[in-house]
Design a protein around this ligand. Structure first.
Ligand SMILES: Nc1ncnc2c1ncn2[C@@H]1O[C@H](COP(=O)(O)OP(=O)(O)OP(=O)(O)O)[C@@H](O)[C@H]1O
Ligand SMILES: [Mg+2]
Length: 235
């Protein structure tokens, strides 16, 4: 059994249906990548999984059905969402943002988690008392990821972590994600336009078009396809 399994997930906004029967899985400790053009439904997919919008079909996490559960319950099961645009609190310090991320955990455990993520992201440690809104784009993305990791989720949902970042910073963020995955075994579902880096840390990938999965396979299989190379890898 996979950690996360979707069968025929459909979702949308009011009368507008955006996702039309998505099948997808994320295995324990693995990274699955979601590719797709603007408007394909990638953000909508992550919103449906984290309970922000309603969906129909079947979604199970470690065998537990997710659809119909409120987002706090889904978070408590061990799923953390880093939304597109990051979702950190600008007027709070770096450390307070991280503490909010750990609200599900007892205080003494939160302290250990803080030190751990400061180790991984030393730039955050240096800026722990700085207001999140005054961090650079790359630092804000690291903060958003560290905050989502504070409750030690089993699955991390990441919506375009490279958005607005310079190539070097993007590389650094993906190196960190790869290391977190290897060291902690946190599974990830990553929506990403930078297919090259995402496929490096991902073992499986799906391609979404207009709310449907039109290709799926291992990262190597998708990398080997000419249409995907041309549209998402640029060679
Ligand atoms: N709140 C909303 N109300 C109505 N329609 C929406 C809403 N949010 C998104 N949509 C529509 O749903 C479709 C899919 O949007 P979504 O944000 O999931 O795309 P995406 O694949 O994440 O795109 P991008 O790469 O640009 O972030 C689009 O046509 C969009 O206009
Ligand atoms: Mg999006």
């Amino acid at each position: 059994m996979s950690l996360l399994e979707l069968q025929g997930l459909s979702a949308g906004y009011g009368p507008v249906q955006v996702l039309h029967g998505i099948d997808l899985r994320v295995d324990q400790g693995q990274v699955t990548v979601v590719l797709g053009a603007n408007g394909a439904g990638k953000t909508t997919l992550l919103r449906a999984l984290s309970g922000i919008i309603k969906g129909t079909g079947t979604v199970t996490f470690d065998g537990i059905s997710l659809l119909g559960r409120p987002s706090e319950k889904i978070a408590a099961l061990g799923i953390s969402h880093v939304p597109q645009g990051r979702g950190t609190f600008d007027d709070m310090s770096v450390e307070d943002n991280l503490r909010v991320g750990a609200y599900l955990r007892p205080q003494h455990q939160a302290k250990g988690a803080l030190d751990r993520w400061y180790d991984l992201f030393p730039r955050l440690a240096d800026r722990r008392n700085q207001q999140a809104g005054s961090l650079s784009g790359g630092e804000q993305q690291m903060l958003a990821i560290a905050r989502a990791l504070m409750p030690e989720p089993r699955l991390l949902l990441l919506d375009e972590p490279s958005l607005g970042l310079a190539p070097n910073t993007t590389r650094m963020v993906f190196d960190s994600l790869g290391r977190i995955n290897e060291e902690t075994g946190t599974a990830m579902l990553v929506v990403e336009q930078n297919a090259h880096l995402a496929l490096e840390i991902g073992s499986a990938a799906v391609l979404l078009e207009a709310g449907r999965v039109v290709s799926s396979g291992t990262s190597d299989e998708l990398r080997g396809r000419e249409d995907i190379r041309r549209a998402y890898l640029g060679y």
